[in-house]
Design a protein around this ligand. Structure first.
Ligand SMILES: Nc1ncnc2c1ncn2[C@@H]1O[C@H](COP(=O)(O)OP(=O)(O)OP(=O)(O)O)[C@@H](O)[C@H]1O
Length: 626
């Protein structure tokens, strides 16, 4: 193949622009990214060679080498892994296959400056080479292909790249960085050694550098022909916990996840027994940009006896823990395990159950810690991932109780961080239910008329404003034997919290107001299922509620917003017999206008919208002018 020029996919051009403009504050990460690609390439070769040992050709020992040419000012990252064919080089180094790329770009905003954190999280991988290089040449040959079928890919990282066929004797890939004018630092062996030590020590393959000796004549270190290994070259998770520092754990996480922030917590265990495996699992500090996508695969890598098998092994972690990152290395699974086999394997099920329990324990120890810093970490976790964890209530029945204990809410007593256990501990004497209200926002929840009686009596109500809360309520019916009760559903029944005198007053008012209620029912017969007297209101004249078994108005709105159909259930209007407006209804000349306005206002107060706002305005104006 003669030389061909190709244009980068538009998204790659944007990434390249970002890389060179936003990441220079932490330049050295380019080496971590390229070494990690080299290590992945070796993992892939080892995996493919399980079925075809010939791929190893005559070099079964896999390694990564860093070569420096001080005259040409190049740094080469060489691996003898799987390599790339010409087509693969064009596809992999010219496009971004990752799903969600477009969404990601949109999140960066129009100026495309982005912040380094977000970009780091997305993982610029190969393109990070352009932070320090003004040209990158890749020479590669895929394992199994002929020596004449090597490929040279080259680009200055602007709009285009060139590809041509070359002879390449050794299998694998050379990534040759032509360093920018002011990047001589990366030609120094000590500098490379220190970066490898910092970011890539855990890489399980040897990373080799030419040994240098001091040359007195030249007054400089010069390279010899001997190679030396500069990393520990044993997979981090296989080492004893006591030999691993916090920094090493954190760096390993950063390589796994491309996150530039340290994780919140990790758990590292060797599990023995019926199923034998090692797990090293992390909870990130920040949610990834595509956390909301339930199709997002959990970020756990599967290894079998230290051989990499696959990324994102969904079967190893339930969907609601898809934010967890890490590695699971099984001693029992066969090396040629397929996705299909994973789905059926009892060992995999045992691993998933064990790992789920570990992650929940990790969260529990943060949440229940006496140490404020740990508690704050849990608060941070909840902010980032709480909504996803709630999915577990419906997904993982076995652990429902543990998950319920990890939930945190706002309430009428505290603006955040209220657990169900806190709530239960604060329940009033005689209180039988955990009261909740759902709304679109905290402000809407806090000012809901339905809360008035609870406020007056000092009874705490949980304010649920997350989009998944309605769904959560359909799975979580009780906690420690106390039912969760929506204050916007059914007639308010405070049970033992209401004294006899109050009950009697209500009955009497209902009797006295009967004629008025009948008139209201008649006026509102198209809109309200029923009209009744209530004691739940203190300052407001009226509110709307739905029956116990009906869908809440909030959920119906959410469904409609999401373009789904929701039943048009009529609410019940409850009126406050003590309120001046309600008292004024009796014998009012514009009874119908007032009744309709009362109903419209009740809808508005609980966050609803009016079907006919213009009619409402006209009625209010008529009343104002009367
Ligand atoms: N040394 C290498 N040997 C073989 N293939 C490589 C090598 N480096 C990169 N590639 C190929 O190029 C692709 C793109 O690499 P890049 O680093 O941009 O992203 P990635 O590794 O897929 O994703 P991430 O960096 O987020 O893990 C890789 O998926 C791989 O197929």
């Amino acid at each position: 193949m003669s030389k061909h020029t190709h244009a980068f996919q538009a998204e790659v051009q944007q990434i390249l622009h970002l890389v060179t403009h936003s990441l220079y504050s932490n330049k050295e990460i380019f080496l971590r990214e390229l070494v990690s690609n080299a290590s992945d390439a070796c993992d892939k070769l080892r995996f493919e060679a399980l079925d075809n040992a010939a791929l190893f050709e005559d070099t079964p020992n896999l390694d990564i080498r860093l070569l420096v040419d001080k005259e040409k000012r190049t740094l080469t990252i060489r691996d003898n892994g799987i390599g790339m064919s010409a087509d693969e080089a064009i596809a992999h180094l010219g496009t971004i296959a990752k799903s969600g790329t477009r969404d990601f770009m949109a999140r960066l905003g129009d100026d495309k400056k982005g912040d380094a954190n977000l970009i780091g999280q997305f993982g610029v991988g190969f393109y990070s080479g352009f932070i320090v290089a003004d040209r990158i040449t890749v020479e590669s040959r895929r394992a199994g292909l002929d020596k004449g079928q090597g490929v040279r890919w080259s680009s200055d990282g602007t709009g285009e790249f060139e590809v041509e066929t070359i002879e390449k004797a050794e299998r694998g890939t050379d990534v040759i960085l032509h360093l920018r004018a002011d990047e001589d630092d990366y030609l120094q062996a000590w500098r490379l050694r220190s970066i490898v030590g910092k970011y890539s020590d855990h890489i399980s393959l040897p990373i080799l550098l030419k040994k240098e000796v001091w040359d007195a004549e030249k007054s400089a270190y010069v390279a010899t022909d001997d190679w030396e290994t500069v990393n520990k070259a044993s997979a981090l998770w296989t080492r004893a916990k006591s030999e691993i520092t916090q920094e090493q754990y954190d760096e390993f996480y950063k390589t796994l996840s491309h996150d530039s922030e340290a994780p919140l917590a990790h758990t590292h265990n060797r599990v023995e027994g019926r199923s034998e495996y090692t797990q090293l699992l992390y909870i990130p500090a920040k949610a990834p940009f595509d956390l909301w996508n339930r199709d997002k695969k959990p970020g756990v890598k599967l290894y079998v006896k230290r051989v990499f098998i696959m990324d994102d092994a969904q079967e190893l972690m339930p969907t609601y823990l898809r934010f967890v990152r890490g590695v699971i290395d099984s001693a029992d699974l066969p090396l040629n395990v397929s996705r299909e086999l994973l789905q059926e394997s009892r060992d995999v099920r045992a691993i998933r159950e064990g790992s789920t329990k570990r992650v929940l324990s990790m969260l529990e120890s943060l949440a229940n810690s006496e140490d404020q810093a740990e508690k704050d970490k849990y608060a941070g976790f909840w902010k980032e991932f709480g909504s996803v964890l709630k999915e577990g209530l419906g997904e993982d029945f076995q652990n429902q109780e543990r998950i319920a204990k990890l939930l945190r809410f706002a309430s009428t007593h505290a603006s955040e961080g209220v657990s169900l256990a806190d709530y239960v501990a604060r329940m009033k004497e005689g209180q039988e239910a955990i009261y909740v209200i759902t709304a679109d926002s905290l402000a809407a929840a806090q000012s809901s008329p339905q809360l008035e009686i609870f406020r007056k009596k000092g009874i705490e109500v949980l304010l649920l404003t997350d989009r998944v809360d309605e769904w959560m309520l359909s799975h979580l019916h009780e906690f420690e034997g106390k039912p969760l009760q929506s204050v916007a559903k059914g007639a308010v029944d405070l049970g033992k919290l209401q004294d006899e005198a109050e009950k009697k007053a209500l009955e009497e008012a209902a009797e006295a107001f009967k004629p008025l209620l009948d008139k209201l029912k008649d006026s509102l017969k198209e809109r309200a299922k029923d009209v009744r007297i209530t004691t739940r209101l203190v300052d407001s004249p009226a509110c709307v509620v739905v029956d116990e078994g009906d869908m809440s108005a909030h959920l119906a709105r959410l469904l409609k917003q999401a373009g789904q159909s929701a039943p048009d259930t009529k609410p019940t209007l409850e009126v406050n017999p003590e309120h001046a407006l309600v008292k004024a209804l009796d014998g009012h000349a514009q009874f119908d206008d007032l009744a309709q306005v009362l109903f419209d206002q009740a809808l508005l107060a609980e966050g609803g919208t009016l079907a006919d706002p213009a009619a409402y305005v006209k009625r209010v104006n008529r009343l104002l002018l009367a």
